[in-house]
Design a protein. Structure first.
Length: 303
């Protein structure tokens, strides 16, 4: 039983990158140079942004990722720690973490990303003892599927002790076949497809088969749909003027993980995550929204 007097604790497992963000009026054509209206440099990655969100909402957040000791790695770690997130480096021998170049449209806030992903990063398989120590005392775990050996080990550890485990299913990766069966909650984008599934509904049919896990699908500004234990529904997304959508999905995942600890009410979790992610979209820059999201109220909170 969680002590309701204490802030929730979350463990976030996955990718950390260095994001170089350019706000531009349009995407350049081949062999063209354009000048950005604004530029930002910040740590990025699905698990990283979710961890920062969880901490900004008042939770105690730990990120397990692969960094190494390069200047780029130190820049990433310093930025993450600035926002109250504890960083655990699972691959101290890594040469250089990934760097992403991001263009965000000044017209509609949409983004385009070119990054190195984590495909070339070799992360040692953690021992069961290491995994047990990482998840001990935390209320929720989120895994983004990057660094597959690490993702599988942590998801399995959660399954063995019945720890809530959220899968960030932004896109299909082979490791999903291993970690999805061990998850309690799957938060998928509308573009996510299980192998052989032609659309969202076919994907959901596979994900909801055989157990009572929670499946959530987001669709940008469209309603968020959910399924659990034979029940289903959808939650409307408030219409806002979006000026920057970078990491909005990651912010949703971090807010959902926070709400999962605080309430068993699935629509309330989603509504809270919707509000937090929507607020993020109304503010320019990778971290401009940090203080603002603390004002969002979670309905149905058990505290």
């Amino acid at each position: 039983m969680r002590d309701l007097r204490l802030p929730p604790k979350g463990l976030f497992v996955g990718l950390a990158t260095l994001d170089v963000v350019h706000r531009v009026g349009r995407v350049p054509t081949e062999n063209e140079k354009i000048t950005a209206d604004q530029q930002f440099v910040a740590a990025g990655g699905p698990a990283t942004n979710a961890a920062v969100t969880f901490a900004a909402l008042g939770g105690l957040s730990t990120l397990v990722t692969a960094l190494g000791e390069s200047p780029v790695a130190r820049c990433i770690a310093d930025d993450i720690r600035k926002y109250g997130v504890t960083v655990v480096d699972a691959a101290p021998g890594l040469e250089t973490p990934s760097v992403s170049s991001v263009m965000v449209s000044t017209h509609n806030g949409n983004r385009a990303v070119v990054g190195g992903d984590a495909a070339g990063s070799v992360v040692p398989v953690p021992t069961p003892e290491t995994v047990a120590a990482l998840i001990d005392g935390v209320d929720v775990v989120l895994v983004d599927g990057h660094h597959p050996a690490l993702a599988i080990a942590v998801a399995q550890g959660c399954s063995e002790v019945h720890k809530p485990c959220v899968i960030d299913a932004g896109r299909w990766k082979p490791v999903m076949a291993d970690i999805i069966p061990m998850a309690t909650d799957i938060v998928a984008s509308a573009d996510f497809r299980m192998p052989g599934a032609a659309d969202v509904d076919a994907t959901v049919n596979v994900l909801t088969r055989g157990d009572d896990r929670v499946v959530v699908t987001t669709a940008g500004a469209g309603p968020v749909r959910w399924w659990s234990g034979g029940q289903s529904g959808q939650v409307r997304v408030e219409e806002v003027e979006a000026v920057d959508t970078l990491a909005a999905g990651d912010v949703f995942h971090g807010a959902y993980a926070y709400a999962l600890v605080m309430t068993p009410d699935i629509p309330a979790r989603i509504d809270f995550a919707n509000q937090v992610a929507s607020l993020r979209c109304t503010m320019v820059g990778p971290r401009s929204w940090i203080e603002a999201i603390a004002s969002v109220q979670l309905m149905g909170e058990t505290q």
